[in-house]
Design a protein around this ligand. Structure first.
Ligand code: UD1
Length: 319
């Protein structure tokens, strides 16, 4: 079975390619390398000792996608390609709507043309409203509060409309909580261009001395130590969730599933674990709250267990 992975050279993409290749899927990647490097795919090949067919292009390029579907018999598409920086989406919303929403429309049109109707979409916990209960299940109300989040939400609605119009589509919507960590080989991991927005890559740059100090965004939340609590999930666990979604969601439908651990850790829990495991000191200072952040957010992962037989197995120290 042949899987097209869009954005396959990125952080979650590369880890998913590893797991797909390990399960003997053939993997074709399209990535424009806007926030990734080709070297990451070479390393996936090194880890798995299996080849990847790579196209450097964007999912906005309809003729490039058609060319891929002509050259390969694609059975399923796992769609990661997209932009994901919240702040940038606020300052440049059209860029986000174009890349994420138009890119997905273009991809789905080409899939339809080639009668490939198995689709796994990389969504996010960001689609849930901020007023949710602490433990979030898939049926909670939706409503993102920034352009990036809205692109994910609009795509989810689009996918539901697509299925309503043609019930032969088999669509999995996977809502990720906070992916961190790296492949145990140490060959692939998260390596964003520029100054990171997310906690873990920021901590790593402080650890290597590239950045002087971590700003902790608020210590006056209603949480055990006052800092924000999130559901951090190991990227290898997350990647395995995609393989299971392909295998278990074998019937047409729109299958929506959280991928999280159900356990919350604070910013300072993560800093302390990082220091303990790596034997380094992370300088940090308390800053103001970051606009748009909430105190606590973690998944109810019971549907993933029930429907996919999936549970996160890696704890905070391993992450
Ligand atoms: C963020 C995005 C979310 C996106 C997800 C994955 C926002 C508001 N949310 O989630 O939409 O789906 O990334 O890309 O940007 N923190 C610090 N200092 C830092 C960075 C983060 O204290 O330098 C804190 C945050 O306040 C938060 C926690 O660390 O409490 C996690 O932050 P982050 O890694 O950015 O993830 P989210 O905000 O949960």
């Amino acid at each position: 079975m042949s899987i097209l992975v869009t954005g396959g050279a990125g952080y979650i993409g590369t880890h998913t390619c590893v797991e797909l290749l390990k399960e003997n899927y053939e993997v074709v990647v399209i990535d424009n390398l806007s926030n990734a490097k080709k070297e990451a795919l070479n390393r996936v090949e090194k880890i798995t000792k299996k080849p990847i067919k790579f196209y450097q292009d964007t999912v906005l390029n309809e003729s490039a996608l058609e060319h891929i579907f002509q050259e390969n018999r694609i059975d399923c598409v796992v769609h990661f390609a997209g932009l994901k920086a919240v702040g940038e989406s606020v300052s440049n919303p059209l860029l986000y709507y174009e890349n994420n929403v138009k890119g997905t429309i273009t991809l789905l049109k080409v899939m339809k043309k080639f009668n490939c109707k198995n689709f796994v979409f990389s969504s996010s916990a960001t689609v849930y409203t901020a007023e949710n209960p602490i433990l979030i299940n898939e049926d909670e109300p939706l409503g993102a509060n920034n352009p990036y989040g809205r692109t994910k939400l609009f795509i989810e609605y689009m996918l539901k409309d697509l299925y309503a119009s043609d019930s032969s589509w088999n669509i999995a919507i996977l809502r990720y909580f906070n992916p961190i960590g790296a492949h145990p080989s140490g060959l692939i991991g998260e390596n964003p261009n520029g100054i990171p927005n997310n906690l873990m890559p920021y901590i790593m740059k402080v650890a290597t001395g590239e950045l002087p100090c971590l700003g902790v965004f608020g210590d006056d939340y209603d949480t055990p130590d006052g800092t924000g609590v999130r559901d951090y999930i190991h990227v290898v666990d997350l990647a395995k969730g995609h393989v299971l979604a392909i295998e278990k969601y074998s019937e047409p439908g729109v299958h929506i599933c959280n991928l999280g651990t159900g356990v919350g850790y604070s910013v300072l829990d993560i800093v302390k674990a990082f220091e303990r495991v790596n034997g380094v000191k992370i300088n940090y200072e308390i800053k103001d709250r970051r606009p748009g952040d909430i105190a606590t957010c973690y998944a109810d992962p019971s549907r993933a267990k029930k429907e996919l037989g999936w549970v996160a197995t890696r704890g905070i120290d391993e992450m």
